[in-house]
Design a protein around this ligand. Structure first.
Ligand SMILES: [Fe+2]
Ligand SMILES: [Fe+2]
Length: 424
């Protein structure tokens, strides 16, 4: 029988190895590690971005370090350190501190590395690229209502989208990110879905009705959950009273506008009108929760349509991305009830699915689908794809802007037939 020579490891080496493994395991679940780290726009994306994270209640000073990304591991050498703005947060069963830092004075189109700390352990170093100072091709992602099964059936949609679009520069969320506005565990699941990508790609979330909670248990009055403003640091350049749920961002030739479709609808119409008057950007993309055209049974948002659609028409907004109806629908601006300039989309990424209602407005419709959108901007051309959880193209179109009227081309012909729920 063949024998193997076994040489015993010195005891000190064994103990050191055990301590190293224990440290590593402790780090994975270390509650002192920064958690729910998310990158969001703040100011001009060519020179600024914000990061928000949370950790245990602490009096230690939270902070961030940022440096131009390097080829090797020497980021600390030239890192700039910034003190965080911190506030305690009562999440019911547990209390936390939320922290945020606004990075500014960055160079356009530059890859940066940053990390954050609650005052004890540092996060890993994340990387993100600032926007170019002039229009340049880029792609972004859109997710309609994630909302349900955030730890089971919905993450695969987010992961499919991220692996499919590794160059995405923005992630837009159309509201109803979670189902229960103040459920801290749901928010934890929501953050976990995109993981490190949240810290590397600018997120532009819109509120949904499911981000609103009762003011008191027996009250009919609702208010935006306190989770919103404490965990997202967003531009405060919108309408007073709905700060950080109405805001705007210019990114490489696109004016993005995020609206709050729960409150101050008329005030936001005036603001939107002003914002789109004389916009320097070739493209305008607006996102909010309640759709202008509804595709689900017994649903209609007449007040929002009356207030906002005339502004979209007047300023020839190119694309309106919404959710709420838990079906898929996309209009054709060249014909049909939604004829005009704007393409209207309502979509859903999560698992909650509704019965269809009026869908005459939709040139392409679908039910019982989990979808994400990949949208590309390249000079005079906007390309759009709605893709299913398994990565297939379910819908596509293109808009070209030259001299004169924009040209819309439906690219859904030849794709699989519409998926519609058959009556039971
Ligand atoms: Fe909703
Ligand atoms: Fe919803």
């Amino acid at each position: 029988m063949k024998t193997y020579c076994r040489r015993a490891l010195p005891l000190a080496v064994v103990l050191l190895m055990a301590a190293g493994v224990a440290r590593l395991l402790a780090r994975v679940d270390d509650p002192a590690l920064p958690d729910r780290i998310i990158l969001t726009p703040i100011g001009d994306p060519t020179s600024a971005a914000a990061v928000t994270w949370r950790g245990p209640l602490t009096t230690r000073p939270a902070r961030a370090q940022i440096a131009a990304a390097t080829a090797g591991p020497e980021m600390e050498k030239n890192a700039k350190e910034l003190a965080a703005t911190s506030a305690p947060f009562d999440a019911g069963a547990a209390k936390f501190s939320n922290h945020s830092v606004a990075f500014s004075g960055l160079r356009p189109e530059t890859l940066y590395a940053y990390r954050v700390t609650n005052g004890s352990a540092w996060s890993e170093w994340f990387q993100f690229r600032t926007a170019a100072a002039s229009p340049k091709p880029f792609r972004f992602l859109y997710f309609g209502d994630e909302q349900t099964e955030l730890a089971s059936r919905t993450p695969r949609v987010i992961r499919q989208a991220l692996s499919d679009t590794p160059d995405a520069r923005l992630i837009l969320h159309g509201g109803d990110l979670t189902n229960v506005a103040s459920s801290d565990s749901e928010w934890g699941q929501w953050f976990a879905m995109a993981g490190y990508a949240n810290a590397s790609i600018l997120n532009l979330p819109a509120i949904g009705n499911h981000q609103y909670e009762k003011v008191a248990p027996d009250s009919d009055q609702r208010r935006l959950t306190s989770h919103w403003r404490s965990q997202f640091t967003l531009p405060e350049n919108g309408v007073v009273g709905v700060e950080e749920s109405s805001y705007t961002l210019d990114y490489q030739g696109v004016r993005f506008v995020v609206l709050n479709s729960m409150e101050r609808i008329v005030e936001q119409a005036s603001w939107l009108d002003m914002l789109l008057t004389g916009s320097p950007c070739k493209w305008a993309v607006v996102t909010f929760h309640h759709p202008i055209y509804s595709g689900a049974r017994n649903r209609d948002n007449a007040d929002i349509r009356a207030a906002w659609k005339p502004i979209f028409d007047r300023h020839k907004v190119d694309l309106v991305l919404t959710g709420h109806d838990h079906v898929y629908g996309r209009s054709d601006p060249s014909s049909g009830p939604a004829e005009g300039h704007t393409v209207y989309v309502t979509s859903v990424s999560g698992t909650k699915q509704y019965d269809a209602g009026d869908r005459k407005w939709a040139a392409r419709f679908g039910q019982d689908l989990q979808l994400y959108q990949v949208i590309g901007i390249d000079g005079d051309r906007l390309t759009y794809e709605a893709k299913t959880a398994d990565g297939d193209v379910y819908d596509a179109f293109e808009i070209r802007k030259g001299a004169g009227r924009a040209r819309f081309t439906d690219r859904s012909r030849g794709l699989a037939p519409e998926r519609l729920r058959t009556s039971k």
